[in-house]
Design a protein around this ligand. Structure first.
Ligand code: ADP
Ligand code: MG
Length: 417
């Protein structure tokens, strides 16, 4: 059904069966319906799909949705069809003949949403056909994949800039995490340099944020664990060797711990992961290879023995703690040597000067969070594009404002408290 002239609330009830919009959805939908290029950054589970599905239903044209995974496309198509919306996915797993049916539906004007993988969309024939049919808008889900510096770069997303130009339609881009540099990249490549940007809901108030100077990581970790016996947690280390050594050191102290990194035998790796999810009170010492797709609500702490790769990576990694909403502690150790090493990585990466400049700026943002005399959460959320009005009261610097040379920053804190 198309709902020209009806209000989004009606479509929300009648088509999707929901009573009200979740925070942010209505604003994003209004921007998309107004034909604006739009970038929406909303956490996982916030309801990003509805933000483009509802305009597609209301407008009655054809919305092309780029999505990186066949399983994600199929899930959405299945539930849209259950709601009576004509939707289809075009991908390499389709049975012969399916694509022909999809094109017929598109030409007849029935099809509201066409899900498609980026590499398929880049094929000239497909773009010609879509131009002929006429497309209302382009939607790019998981849009951070277009940024080389994002945490999941996909080269095939780069062709989407050309797709947008070719179709000549507004773009709506969605992602769960994107710092300022990634958002810039997305807007430049997908939205012709200008878009309405919405950033919602990054705050995780139950996480106690702590950052300390790195002295002796293992000793600092053991001290941290002293009054956390029996809690489940993740310790992130930079190298496989550090992972092994840290896990062994914990075991020697009688703390149940297992290693996890990409160099382990796959069977050992998945056994360790299963133990972490099912057992209580196990510590997993891991490289960044650990965490994707792990659903354990009662992780009580995340400990970084080294500075993470970026603010986004830091946010993702600490976000694995306290998913149950109960208090959890995240502790990072940072050393200036870590930052210097990260800078060298960037300089030696062979990236263009522009990209190196952006990456250095991002490191500075991360360093700023480490060194701030103000509230850590304010610094973190500001970097993620979601300013927090008041100091949070649940981070180390709020609890114990650091001494500064001129005393100015703590004084401001007292005044604003
Ligand atoms: P995201 O892509 O942001 O991670 P999804 O689009 O997959 O999230 O939505 C997560 C869940 O929230 C889905 O089950 C969806 O049906 C549901 N949902 C979305 N919007 C609403 C709403 N306004 N009211 C109730 N449930 C909603
Ligand atoms: Mg999604």
């Amino acid at each position: 059904p198309a709902f020209p002239g009806r209000c989004p609330e009606t479509a929300l009830h009648d088509v999707f069966g929901f009573a009200e919009f979740r925070p942010g959805q209505r604003d994003v939908i209004d921007s998309i319906l107004a034909g604006r290029d739009t970038l929406a950054v909303m956490p996982t589970g916030a309801g990003k799909s509805l933000c483009f599905q509802l305009p597609a239903v209301m407008d009655g044209g054809l919305t092309v949705v780029v999505s990186p995974l066949i399983a994600l496309m199929e899930d959405q198509v299945r539930s849209l069809r259950l709601q009576g919306v004509c939707a289809a996915a075009m991908h390499s797993g389709n049975a012969p003949g399916t694509n022909g049916d999809i094109w017929r539906q598109a030409r007849s004007g029935e099809l509201r949403l066409l899900y498609i993988a980026p590499e398929r969309l880049a094929l000239d024939g497909i773009l010609d056909d879509l131009s002929d049919i006429g497309v209302t808008r382009l939607v790019v889900d998981e849009a951070h994949c277009i940024s080389q510096w994002g945490h999941a770069f996909r080269p095939d997303y780069l062709t989407l800039a050309r797709v947008r130009e070719r179709l000549g339609v507004p773009t709506a881009a969605f992602t769960a995490t994107a710092d300022a540099a990634t958002r810039r990249d997305i807007v430049d490549r997908l939205c012709g340099g200008d878009a309405r940007e919405f950033v919602f809901g990054f705050d995780r108030p139950n996480l106690d944020l702590r950052i300390a100077e790195k002295r002796s990581p293992v000793k600092q970790l053991l001290a941290f664990l002293e009054d956390r016996k029996g809690e489940s947690g993740i310790v992130y280390c930079l190298s496989r060797r550090a992972v092994e050594e840290t896990a062994a050191a914990l075991c020697r102290q009688g703390i149940p711990a297992v290693p996890y990194h990409a160099g382990l035998d796959p069977e050992v790796r998945s056994a360790n992961q299963d133990r972490f999810v099912t057992e209580d009170g196990l510590v997993v010492c891991a490289t960044i290879a650990f965490g994707m797709g792990i659903d354990k609500p009662d992780v009580r702490f995340v400990f970084h023995t080294d500075v993470p790769g970026s603010v986004e990576a830091y946010y993702q990694e600490i976000g694995r703690a306290g998913r149950d909403g109960l208090p959890a502690t995240v502790q990072m150790l940072y050393g200036l040597a870590d930052i210097a090493q990260r800078r060298r990585f960037v300089d030696e990466s062979g990236a263009s000067e522009d990209q190196r400049r952006i990456e250095h700026r991002r490191l500075n943002t991360l360093l700023g969070i480490c060194e701030t005399a103000g509230c850590r959460r304010q610094a973190l959320l500001a970097a993620l594009g979601e300013p927090l009005a008041q100091p949070c009261g649940n981070c180390d610097t709020c609890r114990e404002p650091p001494e500064t040379l001129d005393g100015l920053v703590p004084a401001q804190k007292v005044l604003s408290a």
